[in-house]
Design a protein around this ligand. Structure first.
Ligand code: B12
Ligand code: SF4
Length: 476
């Protein structure tokens, strides 16, 4: 018997687990509500999903939850209006379940829950924001047959909004991986080390930006317990760190490195880092490496002096050009896969400057990925300064996107695609795919040597096998 079943997925050629539903599962289990999460839904066929749900859902099941954060309409990712929607085949599975078990509530949560609830008629409750309190309380109420109040609706769903900081898990979740999760030996797992970010870059719509330093951090003791537990149960040593700015204080980086040095096993991890903070505290470069950093993502955004100042990352326009190649090749001696995000369409930056940045990436043998500037819609949960005050920065919203001084959204999309395609033969794998590769046994040296394209092609059969084994275990 299972009270709550959640479906989760992160669209990727490689099976990567997303933390959100597992954070909720852990709380629900602690509070006596039996819960299971089905991962990798987007790399399964709908008939496999349907077959598994037939085994897992019964008349005892109260809630079927869908995580929408990384729920991208399969195979049709380019059509924005179709992203994160529930496609017809999946909808008919949900309709069939509802017909069989009429008291089941279908709930959506995660970054695109509002959008999904608005575009389908199958959702009963929609959770907006961190759901560590709202969803757990909802589940308790449903289980106890208590009525619940929601002032707002979207489509036919009742909406439960949360404040930016939840009471439960306010510093991040400790995830318990159970036998039902079928974690394979040495599989890469997500690990939350903190919530929120001390910065507030103008284009950024992450939740809880501008937090106070050292707020909302998990203690090293708690993280150590999770690392040891995962190692003892599944042999896990490779992680995706979930922390918007993992190196936001010297104390945090050194404290973590000290804790990890005392573990009886070595870990490897990827995470979001700020390059300017390594520049500011140079001793952290070695600490990060020693504590197991294998790949990272730096949001450099632009090398343009004025654009970088406008977005709140003035360091990038001043020092990144010299420091990033130095850090990558001299200080880290190519032992870390440094991926950089660069944005096309920032106020003040003209096309020639973008091409100059691309040249710099190629000439310095760097791993860059170009994105077009994205503005969120009015119903987004988290909104950046650019989302709220676009016009103040010379950006006009249009029916199809936005228009700035040098680019509009279509041209920024086109150029990012063109440059990424040009760079593709030399680009290394994305930072989070790097950890997946390591966990599947691909040596770090090979990942650093070959292009993303080659590494992915070689490792794909292993990834398919992992999903096949996972599906077989879910059906047992
Ligand atoms: C880590 C991360 C990633 C990692 C994930 C690695 C991993 N193994 O999990 C990687 C690098 C893969 C990634 C990639 C991308 N990401 Co990302 N990512 C994040 C980040 C920083 C943290 C997410 C996380 O796991 N948090 C920890 C968990 C515990 O919290 P949570 O996700 O918020 O989950 C809570 C709620 O959402 C809710 N919830 C979640 N699921 C469910 C289900 C139910 C039933 C319910 C009730 C509630 C619920 O409850 C959870 C607990 O409170 C967020 C930003 C942020 N700080 O939140 C962006 C974020 C999720 N990413 C985002 C984006 C845009 C992307 C990319 C598209 C970027 C790109 N251009 O390539 C890609 C897409 C990848 C893909 N193929 O699908 C956006 C999504 C915005 C949107 N509206 O779609 C976010 C919100 C950042 C932002 N504001 O721009 N990302
Ligand atoms: S872009 Fe990065 S550093 Fe800036 S506010 Fe967002 S998460 Fe923080």
């Amino acid at each position: 018997m299972t009270d709550v079943v959640m479906l989760s997925s992160l669209e990727s050629a490689f099976p990567i687990r997303y933390a959100g539903p597992h954070a909720l599962k852990t709380l629900l289990l602690e509070e006596g509500i039996s819960t299971r999460v089905l991962d990798f839904v987007q790399v399964m066929s709908w008939s496999q999903v349907s077959e598994i749900l037939d085994r897992w859902v019964s008349e005892d099941t109260l809630i079927l939850g869908l995580s929408t954060t990384f729920w991208i309409h399969r195979g049709k990712t380019s059509a924005t209006f179709k992203r994160h929607s529930i496609e017809e085949e999946f909808r008919s599975i949900l309709v069939r379940i509802k017909e069989r078990f009429p008291r089941i509530r279908i709930c959506v949560g995660g970054a695109n829950s509002h959008f999904v609830a608005r575009t389908t008629d199958i959702v009963d409750a929609c959770f907006v924001g961190y759901a560590d309190d709202s969803f757990i309380e909802y589940c308790h109420n449903v289980k106890a047959g208590r009525a619940q109040f929601a002032a707002e609706t979207v489509g036919r769903a009742r909406v439960f909004r949360s404040p930016p900081v939840a009471r439960r898990n306010k510093n991040g979740s400790s995830i318990l991986w159970t036998d039902h999760d079928h974690v394979s030996r040495e599989e890469v797992l997500p690990l939350e080390t903190a919530r929120g970010c001390i910065f507030k870059c103008k284009f950024c719509s992450y939740p809880n930006t501008g937090k106070t330093k050292l707020d909302y951090l998990r203690s090293n003791e708690e993280i150590r317990d999770e690392l040891v537990r995962n190692y003892e149960t599944n042999g896990t040593t490779v992680y995706n760190f979930l922390d918007d700015t993992y190196n936001d204080s010297l104390q945090k980086v050194s404290g973590f490195a000290n804790m990890v040095a005392k573990l009886p096993f070595k870990i490897h991890y990827t995470g979001y880092l700020r390059a300017d903070l390594i520049y500011r505290w140079p001793e952290t470069a070695e600490m990060l490496l020693e504590s197991g950093l294998v790949s990272t993502f730096f949001g450099i955004e632009t090398l343009h002096p004025r654009a970088s100042l406008i977005v709140g990352k003035g360091w990038s326009g001043k020092h990144a050009r010299e420091y990033i190649p130095e850090l990558t090749h001299k200080i880290w001696r190519d032992r870390v896969n440094v991926q950089m995000g660069l944005i096309i369409g920032l106020p003040g930056e003209e096309p020639a400057s973008i091409w100059d940045t691309y040249k710099w990436v190629e000439e310095n043998r760097l791993n860059g990925i170009f994105y077009s500037l994205k503005l969120s819609g009015d119903d987004s949960v988290w909104r950046s300064e650019f989302d709220v005050n676009a016009e103040k920065y010379g950006i006009q919203r249009t029916t199809t996107g936005w228009k700035g001084e040098f680019f509009d959204s279509a041209e920024a999309d086109r150029l990012s695609h063109e440059i990424n395609e040009k760079h593709r033969p030399r680009r290394r794998v994305d930072n989070w795919i790097h950890t997946s590769m390591l966990a599947m046994g691909v040596p770090h040296s090979d990942i650093m040597k070959y292009s993303s394209f080659e590494v992915i092609r070689a490792a794909k059969p292993m990834a398919d096998l992992l999903v096949e084994e996972y599906v077989a275990k879910c059906l047992q």
